[in-house]
Design a protein around this ligand. Structure first.
Ligand SMILES: Nc1ncnc2c1ncn2[C@@H]1O[C@H](COP(=O)(O)OP(=O)(O)OP(=O)(O)O)[C@@H](O)[C@H]1O
Ligand SMILES: [Mg+2]
Length: 279
């Protein structure tokens, strides 16, 4: 299998909630191995629904879900195979956390895999460290702040060491330091080979972090290199997305003849600084 062949893939997927109109209709969405992918779209466009279909929490009504090119059967065996490969961190941490303490919550998944106690302990320590919540290990989850609960929920998925980590708006509610810590943790996971998909409303974060974008709009789902899709004003309009800061800066630089037409612009203030310094 090529390095970028999809790990999970929806093919012609359709889905409607009970008695509701179709949320997704004939959507094909491949998550290529090793990539960082941002899923963007307005409220109610179907991001959460799509992520739940990919991780097996919802069952495709029409179309197929493939894991490593093989159709997923929604029986116990198929779902176990899917869930040990793909981990979803849901939008609201209160839908995910249930154990009495942070440590118990994070260890629940690895323990359920039947791993030896030492291995569970090592994974939990690693996940708490990655999310910067070591000091919260013994705290009751229900007494944590929202951002702390969010990090604890992500740690629970990280401790499963999934090949694909899917997160639904993981940075919403995190302070700037927490966001940076999360991005650092994701960079380490990616270096270790984890594929990461993130739904977000933050186009600046998406541009900076992701390789690829998947944009849901009334015209359907478009996927492609993030810098290309977020430079497409018609697509941004259709999906009601703001133009990322970096794209706006690049447009100004191009209009002033300071940046070549085809050249990529800076994605962050730091990159702009470096670009100016290098001139
Ligand atoms: N459990 C449900 N039952 C019925 N309809 C639902 C359910 N969950 C979502 N929907 C509907 O499906 C559509 C897509 O919702 P979804 O939660 O996937 O959107 P989203 O892109 O994640 O939005 P947001 O940015 O607000 O998180 C919406 O019209 C929503 O009202
Ligand atoms: Mg959502």
């Amino acid at each position: 299998m090529s390095p970028e062949s999809p790990v999970v893939e929806l093919v012609g997927a359709g889905f409607a909630y009970e008695d509701g109109p179709p949320v997704l209709d004939g959507v094909s969405f491949a998550v290529p191995r090793g990539r960082a992918m941002a899923l963007l779209g307005r409220n109610g466009s179907g991001k959460t629904t799509l992520l739940r279909l990919l991780s097996g929490g919802l069952r495709v009504g029409r179309g197929r879900l493939l894991l490593d090119g093989e159709q997923v059967s929604y029986d116990r065996k198929g779902l176990t195979r899917l869930r040990t490969t793909v981990q979803l961190v849901v939008q609201d941490p209160d839908d995910q956390l249930f154990a009495a303490s942070v440590e118990q919550d994070v260890s629940f998944g690895p323990m359920n895999l039947g791993l030896p106690r030492e291995e569970v302990r090592a994974r939990v320590a690693e996940a708490l460290e990655a999310l910067d919540i070591v000091a919260l290990a013994d705290r009751p989850t229900h007494l944590l702040s929202y951002g702390q609960r969010k990090r604890a929920a992500i740690a629970g998925a990280v401790a499963m060491r999934p090949r694909v980590l899917i997160m639904d708006e993981p940075t919403a509610g995190l302070d700037p330091h927490g966001q940076e810590r999360l991005l650092e943790a994701l960079a380490r996971l990616r270096a270790a080979g984890t594929t990461v998909v993130m739904a977000t409303h933050d186009v600046d974060l998406a541009l900076r972090w992701a390789d690829d974008a998947a944009v849901l709009s009334p015209q359907g789902l478009r996927t492609g290199p993030i810098a290309e899709l977020l430079a497409d004003d018609a697509l941004l309009d259709a999906a009601r997305l703001r133009r990322p800061w970096g794209m706006a800066v690049a447009a100004v630089l191009r209009a002033q003849g300071l940046l070549d037409e085809g050249a990529a612009g800076p994605r962050t203030p730091e990159e702009l600084d470096a670009w100016v310094a290098a001139r």
